[in-house]
Design a protein around this ligand. Structure first.
Ligand SMILES: Nc1nc2c(c(=O)[nH]1)N[C@H]1C(S)=C(S)[C@@H](COP(=O)(O)OP(=O)(O)OC[C@H]3O[C@@H](n4cnc5c(=O)[nH]c(N)nc54)[C@H](O)[C@@H]3O)O[C@H]1N2
Ligand SMILES: Nc1nc2c(c(=O)[nH]1)N[C@H]1C(S)=C(S)[C@@H](COP(=O)(O)OP(=O)(O)OC[C@H]3O[C@@H](n4cnc5c(=O)[nH]c(N)nc54)[C@H](O)[C@@H]3O)O[C@H]1N2
Ligand code: SF4
Ligand SMILES: [Mo]
Length: 748
């Protein structure tokens, strides 16, 4: 335990608020204000403030658990638990081939863990079957950003630029609840005379702050963005010089947008033509303007095209790559940004490299000390992987996610998890998914360990250990080290996070997300560094993996059935993040200290020719539109006091008191038709299942739509209802739209 306060960051969302942890009088730690971190300047939401509750042994796991002959989870030694997992992975590989071993990661894992997990899958298990929950989060924005700019970094500018711009269109973000300390930037924007437009089917706490609130029907943001672009052209508000100088593809994108007449867009979205015109005026008149998207428009089966449409609007008006302007996505999880850069994605190698790029394979294989040809190809996307459990994928190692609550069509996913030969879960608490496991490993979290995260601005941060973990708890890095050892790879999985980070620097060097110039020391001294930050990492090879990358079971592995490699088994996974990322700032010298890159694209975009790409897109309906049987739209999201699947926050008393359970938000007119009063239990039924929760009546939601938060398991689980229709490029499920019907429930 440190004698004085330890400066660190919050365990939860992508804002990664700075906080100090001071030793508490009765043991444990207290959260103390940390004013020196610029993103939140000391402010915290209730989740961050109460985070020390997660450290209590009454909340967190403190011993490995294994399933007994009687089917119960019982405490066991680390050796027994690890032996069981290694045995199950070996057996699956021997019997069915390496792709029978699946790995599922999380965007809350530190960079070091995400990096080690990707490496573990590829060189210890030799499996292609790895993906992570970030696929459910920001993958559509990543794909859209890649297509247009050749690079995906959530925000290409720091949050501090927001108050200085002229107008922000905030599309499907309820940041007043999902990142409360960030609301300050928008308040300051308005105090400075800038305008805020919020696009959300609900009048949220965020929308209440807006100068203009557009409330489209869920799933119609694509039409809305195209309608705005139509008006920009019709009103002669395009920036022709910028289009000419800095972009490609305008003619096709323009033609596609021109087919979206304002009256047609009004019919689809429910946003009136005068409101569309007002939005265009607010957005185009100031010298600087931004569009920021979050999960509302992205979690749709057309999320990538929707992001492209919003980017097209920005490009046509000359915004991206200009000061205080451009397009950005508000990433969600604590390491939502870094977690998508270093190799836990199905199609990816560290440094945001493509697994299919021969040069990327060569570089990373050299860092790992393996043959490039031994690296598997791209695997399935998150939902496709979960859907394949118990079929092709027989054993799963899961780290940092709770899909029983958070995956779409959750009852089906739960059934797939139960059908596995073997499930191993590393978690801090006994989540609903951990409760299904054959072995649960209790791992260190946040204040109990050191590691780096990358916040929504692309700012790499150092989270420092502030407290000694309880006896019986080990880190995820330790788990990978021990499993690799048991599976015949003795070197290459250090347990010291800084040693892992040093290797990550080398692996990312020269890649799009280049961390090679970043060190723990710099992170501590500079309060974070923005990537790309090329530099001079420790020369190779410092750490080499065992010479036989597949370990002792290599012979069996070679006899694996070929089916997993067949193109149809891959789905469209090859499309996951097309097109390929290019190295930005390649000209910068690796000598000397690179300052990091708070603002991207000011000189050029990260494409081959430095020009941004318009992508011609057209509106299409949601996968499931309302009909006579399912006449109402369901959308889902978050409340301020609960986090994600709730595995952590449902264990914090103060947060539970603030948000005790699920609800179905509905308009009074809809409630009246249904015959439900506020608080009455109502059933929401979709083609996937039925959920029951109390009605919450509000005039702030469209009468054709109901909203449910997704933080709870059981009867009120929103994801029992959601549609796993996937975006063709990003493989993002359509969490934000499905068709339902409502029924009253007679109460006992
Ligand atoms: N309190 C809290 N904070 C969190 C999290 C949490 O679970 N709880 N999770 C973190 C993570 S991982 C993420 S990804 C972020 C998410 O942050 P947000 O994107 O802000 O969160 P959501 O509530 O999922 O969705 C935002 C809004 O989209 C609206 N919406 C629904 N359908 C549509 C649509 O079709 N179009 C548009 N334009 N809007 C629509 C919803 O009404 C909702 O108000 O939050 C992070 N912060
Ligand atoms: N209907 C609907 N569903 C959604 C969404 C939606 O808007 N609507 N949003 C989606 C989005 S954006 C996201 S990001 C997902 C998130 O959903 P999940 O992937 O389920 O995310 P969490 O609930 O944060 O789960 C993280 C788990 O990891 C554990 N954990 C925390 N730290 C560590 C660590 O260091 N190591 C290990 N091994 N475990 C750790 C936590 O205790 C928790 O059990 O949900 C998606 N699901
Ligand atoms: S806004 Fe996010 S990072 Fe900040 S305290 Fe709340 S949960 Fe933590
Ligand atoms: Mo997320």
């Amino acid at each position: 335990m440190h004698a004085t306060a330890t400066p660190t960051h919050c365990p939860y969302c992508a804002l990664q608020c700075g906080m100090n942890l001071a030793p508490a009088p009765g043991g444990g730690v207290d959260v103390v204000e940390r004013a020196d971190f610029p993103v939140n300047r000391g402010a915290l939401c209730g989740k961050g403030r109460t985070a020390p509750a997660l450290l209590s042994p009454s909340v967190r796991l403190t011993s490995p658990l294994v399933r007994s002959a009687a089917g119960e989870l019982v405490p066991a030694s680390w050796d027994e638990a690890l032996d069981r997992i290694a045995g199950a992975l070996s057996a699956a590989r021997a019997e069915h081939g390496p792709d029978a071993c699946g790995v599922f990661g999380g965007g809350g894992l530190t960079n070091e863990k995400a990096y080690a997990l990707g490496k573990f899958a590829r060189i210890v298990l030799g499996t292609s079957q790895i993906d992570y929950n970030g696929r459910f989060c920001m993958s559509s924005a990543a794909a859209g950003g890649m297509k247009a700019f050749g690079l995906d970094r959530g925000l290409p500018f720091p949050l501090e630029d927001i108050p200085k711009t002229g107008c922000v269109i905030l599309v499907g973000s309820n940041l007043a609840e999902t990142m409360p300390p960030a609301l300050r930037y928008f308040t300051e924007l308005r105090e400075n005379g800038g305008r805020l437009i919020v696009v959300d089917p609900r009048r949220t706490r965020t929308a209440e702050q807006a100068d203009l609130h557009l409330a489209p029907r869920p799933g119609t943001d694509l039409a809305l963005a195209l309608g705005l672009l139509h008006l920009v052209v019709a009103e002669g508000r395009t920036d022709e010089a910028y289009i000419e100088e800095r972009t490609e593809g305008w003619a096709e994108a323009r033609a596609a947008a021109m087919a979206h007449w304002p009256e047609y867009v009004e019919r689809i979205t429910g946003v009136s033509v005068p409101q569309l015109r007002e939005a265009v005026r607010m957005f185009c008149e100031p010298e600087h303007a931004m569009v920021l998207t979050a999960r509302g428009p992205e979690q749709q089966a057309k999320g990538t095209d929707t992001v492209s449409a919003w980017i097209n609007l920005c490009l046509a008006t000359g915004r991206p790559g200009r000061p205080l302007s451009g397009y950005g996505c508000l990433t969600g999880q604590g390491n939502g940004q870094g977690g998508r850069e270093h190799g836990q994605k199905a199609d990816q190698l560290p440094g945001y490299r493509k697994l299919t790029d021969p040069e990327a394979r060569r570089h990373v294989a050299e860092v790992w000390g393996v043959d490039p040809d031994s690296l598997p190809g791209p695997g399935r996307s998150a939902y496709e992987l979960l859907d394949a459990l118990g079929r092709d994928v027989r054993t799963l190692l899961l780290m940092g996610s709770n899909p029983v609550v958070s995956a779409p069509r959750a009852a089906h996913v739960e059934e797939r998890l139960r059908s596995l030969d073997f499930l191993a879960v590393c978690d801090v608490v006994l989540s609903e998914t951990a409760a299904l496991a054959d072995v649960v490993l209790p791992v260190t979290q946040w204040a109990e360990e050191t590691g780096t995260t990358t916040n929504l601005e692309g700012r790499v941060l150092l989270r420092r250990q502030a407290i000694t973990p309880p006896e019986g708890v080990r880190s995820d890095l330790h788990v990978m080290h021990e499993l690799a050892d048991r599976l015949g790879v003795e070197k290459g999985f250090p347990t010291d996070p800084e040693e892992v980070f040093e290797e990550l620097r080398r692996a990312s060097a020269g890649g799009p997300a280049d961390y090679s110039g970043i060190t723990y020391r710099r992170l501590a001294e500079e309060n974070g560094v923005f990537w790309p930050c090329p530099g001079d990492p420790v020369p190779l090879p410092l750490v080499a993996a065992s010479p036989d990358p597949k370990g002792p079971d290599a012979a069996e592995a070679t006899d694996a059935p070929e089916a997993m490699d067949a193109p149809e088994a891959m789905g469209d996974s090859k499309a996951l993040d097309e097109p390929e990322a290019r190295v930005p700032h390649a000209s910068q010298t690796p000598q000397g200290v690179h300052p990091g890159s708070p603002r991207l694209f000011l000189d050029r975009f990260a494409t081959d020719d430095g020009r941004a790409r318009f992508v011609a897109v057209s509106y299409r309906d949601a996968d499931e539109e309302p009909d006579a049987e399912y006449p109402v739209l369901l959308t889902t999201g978050r409340v301020v006091a609960q986090y994600q699947s709730g595995a952590q926050t449902r264990r914090v008393d103060e947060l539970n008191a603030a948000a005790p359970g699920p609800f179905v938000e509905m308009h009074p007119r809809l409630a009246e038709r249904l015959g439900a009063a506020d608080g009455d239990a109502v059933a929401v039924v979709s083609r996937r299942g039925r959920a029951v929760a109390p009605a919450r009546i509000s005039t702030g939601i469209r009468p054709d739509t109901v909203f449910m938060p997704f933080h709870w398991p059981g009867e009120g689980r929103a994801n029992t209802l959601t549609n796993p229709a996937l975006d063709p490029t990003s493989r993002m499920p359509e969490f934000k739209v499905c068709a339902v019907r409502l029924e009253t429930v007679s109460q006992p």
